[in-house]
Design a protein around this ligand. Structure first.
Ligand code: FMN
Ligand code: SF4
Length: 463
């Protein structure tokens, strides 16, 4: 079992506060028996002894920033639902597929009851009776564990009619996704749940809190966001905000991958832990592999503009990282050492987003594909300097105006705050350009060399 845990990627070193991973070290952490033995479902009892408005206020007071990407506070989002419109729904976003991100999967596999309890607390606070739990199709163990936990919770009376003898009743439906990245976007996820193609809706007017699933008010929350709620109800918002910083309270799960000695998922103190701590700290990744040098890192999932060693001392804090020209996004850091072929690394990411485009918006559908093709040509040594200019032109058709980038005194560039302007319905379009732009901006010499040292292709081989 312990080797499975290592393979699963969670690392628990050091003496850090644990809010969502406190049971991860237990062999049977996912069972109802263990959950109850470690205080499980007591937070729900506390919640049901209070009014829904009081529970909502507690969560609002904790300022739980959404962990799915946008970082919007959960309590504030819940308050955006129109007061008298019913039925209303909660959709749990377990579609996790942003490149580099693998922390929600662990929460579903290792502590599914915590997620169920968090969902019940949210449902009680906003007065809804139907929850949809949407799990990514490629996560069979998460699906199996959540399904088993749901069955246990129904039998024990934590889910279903008259929960714990009260008049609070909730049904939770489990839905298995088909594996499209874009369905992680909340409105595409809602379309998918309605049985349609997973294509994002326009916002406005389709803000889920107002017009969501089946046209009704809907809260979409990330797995990690909801997994925080049992701790908050059990310990109080005041305790929660004592951890982390004023703008980023609590803890946060961060998945680190790439060229580090010890990749893994860590629960870190929000807002104060720096990228240097995470990449080099003994309790975290223990430095770059084989004693190599850091070249670049992606601070918040594949969509995020890249940073270099110059940003290592930034804390994992949304506003500061935004002001430096990137984002924390889905809580995933990807590290590249000095041996990394930068144009090829950018191509890997751009190819992913181009492939995942749902095709609704021309700049994303055509732009992403062209970016991939032109960059492939450059990587293959068949590109020209006109190709480099063309990639920038394609990029500005997706993200018009001055495209933001990580600050870099090395290249004399100023930081521009996130987010981008964009001509597309959702963020997949800009995500296809972000790696290309980062790579071109931070490492222009690598592209210049690729174009200068072109592969000589025999005339007969040119079609
Ligand atoms: C292309 C795209 C993919 C996304 N994928 C996910 C995802 O896999 N999981 C997730 O929780 N949020 C994802 N999001 C963010 C959701 O749209 C939404 O903001 C989030 O689920 C809200 O939950 P939170 O407020 O608790 O963070 C994605 C957004 C975009 C634009
Ligand atoms: S940006 Fe891309 S993925 Fe998003 S809606 Fe438009 S075409 Fe679809």
């Amino acid at each position: 079992m312990s080797s499975y845990r290592w393979a699963a990627g969670y690392i628990d070193d050091g003496d850090r506060p644990k809010i969502v991973t406190s049971r991860f070290h237990l062999e049977d952490s996912y069972t109802l028996e263990r959950y109850l033995a470690t205080g499980g479902y007591q937070a729900l009892r506390h919640a049901l002894a209070r009014t829904p408005a009081e529970v909502h206020d507690e969560v609002r007071g904790a300022t739980v920033l959404g962990r799915g990407g946008a970082g919007f506070p959960a309590g504030t989002k819940w308050g955006l639902m129109p007061a008298d419109k019913y039925p209303r729904y909660l959709v749990v976003n377990g579609d996790e597929s942003e490149p580099g991100t693998y922390k929600d999967r662990l929460l579903m596999e290792l502590d599914p009851h915590q997620l169920i309890e968090g969902s019940l607390i949210a449902a009680y606070a906003v007065g809804l009776a139907q929850v949809f739990l949407y799990i990514r199709g490629e996560m069979p163990l998460a699906h199996e564990r959540v399904a088993t936990a749901l069955n246990e919770a129904y039998v024990a009376g934590y889910v279903g009619k008259n929960i714990l003898g009260t008049d609070f009743s909730v049904d939770i439906v489990l839905h298995w996704g088909a594996g499209a990245y874009v369905v992680g976007e909340e409105t595409a996820l809602i379309e998918s749940l309605e049985g349609k193609r997973g294509e994002p809706r326009l916002k406005p007017p389709y803000f889920p809190a107002a017009i969501g699933l089946y046209g009704q008010p809907t809260i979409v929350n990330n797995v990690e966001t909801l997994s925080n709620l049992p701790w908050i109800m059990a310990n109080g918002a005041a305790e929660y905000v004592r951890i982390g910083t004023e703008t980023s309270p609590g803890t946060r799960m961060v998945a680190v991958s790439g060229h580090v000695e010890r990749p893994g998922v860590f629960e870190i103190v929000n807002g104060t832990t720096t990228f240097r701590d995470l990449i080099y700290g003994d309790d975290f990744c223990r430095g770059i592999r084989n004693g190599n040098q850091l070249k670049a890192f992606v601070p918040g999932g594949g969509s995020a503009p890249w940073f270099t060693a110059e940003q290592l001392d930034l804390p994992f804090e949304g506003k500061l990282v935004g002001a430096a020209g990137s984002m924390l996004g889905s809580g995933a850091i990807m590290v590249m050492d000095h041996t990394t072929d930068i144009p090829a690394a950018a191509l890997t990411l751009t190819r992913f987003y181009a492939h995942e485009s749902c095709g609704q918006c021309t700049p994303c559908r055509e732009g992403g594909t062209w970016l991939e093709r032109v960059l492939q040509r450059v990587v293959d040594g068949r590109g020209t300097s006109a190709d480099l200019a063309q990639m920038k032109e394609i990029g500005t058709s997706i993200c018009p105006g001055e495209f933001p980038h990580a600050s870099s005194s090395r290249h004399g560039l100023d930081a521009t705050p996130f987010p981008y302007k964009m001509t597309t319905i959702c963020f997949v379009g800009p995500s296809a350009y972000a790696p290309v732009h980062s790579a071109l901006t931070l490492f222009p010499e690598e592209f210049a060399a690729r174009v200068r040292d072109r592969v000589q292709i025999p005339v007969t081989a040119v079609q």
